[in-house]
Unconditional design. Sequence first.
Length: 132
Amino acid sequence: MELSEQNVNKQRPVNLDLSQIQFPATAIASILHRVSGVVMFGALAVLLWLLATSLQSETGFNYVTSLLSGAFFKFILWAILTAFAYHLCAGIRHLLMDLGYFEGSMESGNNSARAAFGIAALLSVIAGIWLW
């Protein structure tokens, strides 16, 4: 298969400046859904370590309790809960889209993505209040 001269001489962007591209809410929702899944996968190691340490002995339990009372670990737990909340909201949104909702137009998809953002933000605030 030969390449025509016309295809070879096309002006293509050399460097894409991602800050100049405006992604729709649906694209951002999809990217964040994947990111939150990766964060939750990494968080699984931390949570399993905390559980195993707390179940080893009374000393281990007291150690985990003292860790969780500190601001750093509260922030880590808040980040894990925030990732879980967003992943849950985006997952429910995807399930509803599989059932045929929010697929009629780009506007309905953007609105459902914004709703997922809003509900996840509300759940994140609630998690922060609960932890502190």
